[in-house]
Design a protein around this ligand. Structure first.
Ligand SMILES: Nc1nc2c(c(=O)[nH]1)N=C([C@H](O)[C@H](O)COP(=O)(O)OP(=O)(O)OP(=O)(O)O)CN2
Ligand SMILES: [Zn+2]
Length: 147
């Protein structure tokens, strides 16, 4: 039987990440630019008919490793929050037409990360959310940590 030192074990901080992919289409178009300026700024991504991505999102939470359960939080609970915050509103949707937030916000991956952060932060226990990392393509990755 391990000897207990009598002092409570030091608090250990852990980071856990759950990965979720979803498919959606969008068009990069700013209401604050003219059609010409939009074409200039966004190029092929301003195509009026849009284009799609298979986004891969990594949701990371940071917190104390509970000395009783051994968990920062139950990944099953994180999975449920991801279903509510990401899959139901975003999967197989047109971000610009089906998601009210993007009616007047350009659906860049940066803004998508902010959207997911803001809604995930409401769904999780306070101050657990650490990072949203979105792979828009194999080559384009965006990270947001609530700043
Ligand atoms: N800062 C940002 N720039 C761009 C974004 C973005 O969200 N933030 N998004 C796009 C387009 O959505 C586009 O679909 C992604 O770019 P694309 O050239 O299609 O993808 P790749 O760079 O991976 O393509 P390769 O041709 O294989 O390099 C553009 N810019
Ligand atoms: Zn795109």
């Amino acid at each position: 039987m391990a000897e207990s030192s009598g002092n409570p074990p030091a608090e250990r901080i852990g980071y856990i990440t759950r990965v979720q992919s979803f498919s959606a289409c969008h068009r990069l178009h700013s209401l604050r630019l003219s059609d010409e300026e939009n074409k200039e700024v966004y190029g092929k991504c301003n195509n009026p008919y849009g284009h799609g991505h298979n986004y891969k999102v990594e949701v990371t939470v940071r917190g104390k490793i509970d000395p009783v359960t051994g968990m920062v939080m139950n990944l099953t609970d994180l999975k449920r929050s991801i279903e509510e915050v990401i899959m139901i509103p975003l999967d197989h949707k047109n971000l610009d037409k089906d998601v009210p937030y993007f009616a007047d916000v350009v659906s860049t991956t940066e803004n998508l990360a902010v959207y997911i952060w803001d809604n995930m932060a409401k769904a999780l226990p306070a101050s657990l959310l650490y990072e949203i990392r979105i792979h828009e393509t194999d080559k384009n990755i965006v990270v947001y940590r609530g700043e």
